[in-house]
Design a protein around this ligand. Structure first.
Ligand code: ATP
Ligand code: MG
Length: 173
């Protein structure tokens, strides 16, 4: 059995991430989703807790009927300490054979550890981007709602995500 690792922060988990997970499930028997920056929450860049991000992932996987083929774990941010970050990946993630990311820091850390790393295709990247979604939320512009799946939307509405992000962003100025 070949397992692929996919690393992201999922702030929030959007349709682009969902397309990547589906794309990986078409090629691999199992996928390990690692939720990065797990120790950060209620910040502008990382508004959602790791628990909330797990809820977004699990409700997405249920809608895809894929819970039995996806394992997940969390990895803290080590603020550039790459060897430490890689150690966390090894300790806290289920084992995997190959990894997928488009993030250069993530790629370099994994490659230093000897992992084979590939890029994923980008799915509608102009629209599906965590930064863009958080910006729309900050402006209380409901167009972000189209950029996540209904299962993620249910979680985000339950936790008043738009209000949280708007309040966090307001604090900046
Ligand atoms: P942010 O803008 O907050 O960095 P993001 O949309 O880049 O959010 P991340 O959680 O940082 O999301 O990304 C995790 C992984 O998902 C990265 O490898 C990234 O390239 C990939 N990814 C993000 N958006 C898309 C997309 N639309 N299509 C394919 N891959 C994507
Ligand atoms: Mg990113």
């Amino acid at each position: 059995m070949v397992r692929a690792l996919f690393v992201g922060r999922f702030q929030p988990l959007h349709r682009g991430h969902e397309e990547v997970i589906k794309w990986l499930l078409n090629q691999y028997e199992e996928v390990v989703v690692a939720i990065g920056s797990a120790n950060e929450s209620l910040t502008i860049r990382n508004p959602f807790t790791v628990g909330e991000r797990i809820e977004m992932l699990v409700s997405t996987l249920r809608a895809l009927n894929a819970t039995h083929r996806v394992l997940y774990c969390s990895v803290p941010d080590t603020k550039g300490e790459s060897a430490l970050w890689y150690s966390y990946v090894r300790e806290q993630c289920p084992s995997f054979d190959v990894a997928y990311t488009n993030d250069e820091f993530t790629r370099l850390c994994l490659e230093f550890g000897g992992v084979k790393v590939f890029n994923t295709p980008l799915f509608n990247r102009d629209l599906y981007s965590g930064t863009r979604i958080r910006e729309l939320m900050a402006n209380r512009d409901g167009r972000w709602r189209e950029l996540v799946s209904p299962s993620v939307l249910e979680v985000l509405d339950r936790i008043n995500a738009e209000d949280r992000v708007a309040r966090l962003m307001k604090q900046k100025y």
